[in-house]
Write a protein that binds this ligand. Sequence first.
Ligand code: PMP
Length: 356
Amino acid sequence: MKVHNFNAGPSVLPNEVLYKASKALIDFDGTGMSILEIGHRTEPFIAVMEEARSLAKELMQLEDDYEILYLQGGATTQFMQVPMNLLDSGDTAAYIDTGVWSNKAIKEAKLFGYVDVIASSKETNYNHIPRQFTVPQQAKYLHITTNNTIYGTQWQSTPETDVPLIADMSSDILSRQMDFNKYALIYAGAQKNMGAAGTTMVAVRKSILGKITRKIPSILDYRLHIENASMLNTPPVFAVYISMLTLRWLKGQGGLAAIEKLNNKKAALLYDEIDHNPLFRGNVVKEDRSKMNVTFTIDKPELEEEFLKFCKKEDIVGIKGHRLSGGFRASLYNALPIESVEVMVEAMKFFSLKKA
Ligand code: PMP
């Protein structure tokens, strides 16, 4: 192990993936060329893309009507690509505001139609997931952010609604079992649980497309990407390759059932320490706590810097909180070994005793 990497994204990747990718940088599968040197329309790369697409579909157990795309522009591009493809200018879309990322999605959607923000946890600094809301019948879709990377909240169940449900799952994709078929469209930047920065996975139920009158630029039209098997233009070959390796690794670990078990264990370990250690305090309400991004503060703010320095000495990196929520944030993505969480918990115990 190198260091205990709690970065929020880009973040820790499985060693096995890094090792294979480093080999493929020199010679990809005995082709005598680097993965960066082969054409994207050659057989070896088409096989990579197809495996990445089919593994994502298999891991999420998506029905036949779904297509998987690997696009560019980050999840941030999806903030506008979703409404551009699904919302005509006179239409309304419902959004639930659970923090910074939902807000960015809301801002972009407003460029394309009416946005009804049907619930928000802003008044309590996004410390919970809103439970009271009604989705207007005329809404073309409901958009949620399943995990709030900055504030550390997470939807524990899928909201029931009659309109197509769309989710930004950038920071908890493939971390737990859920009925992914309840979502008409899912998007996620790859750089947390799905690989490296540079590609964004989109899973879309085909039947929701083609229902608007707006003309869509080709590169932003999901239907064209589907027709072209996610190769409308040159895809980000290396990022897709890393994603494919990461999904292979995940399947090898036992898929979502196994990773969920492990993720539950890791989160329980850390939250248990936060709840029992008199020096630390969790930021969000217990029932909405994220198992991916654990946010907490220290009761004596004057010790914050010292704790960060202490962690650094222990090879614990990436736990400084986002400037908007302060304190600390430990991201426990799929590839983070439980041993890293154990080291973190020990560091908290030791530091607290030293300061008692
Ligand atoms: N949504 C969520 C939930 C995120 O955590 C992030 C990035 N951390 C984004 C969207 C933006 O992703 P990108 O930087 O890939 O555009």
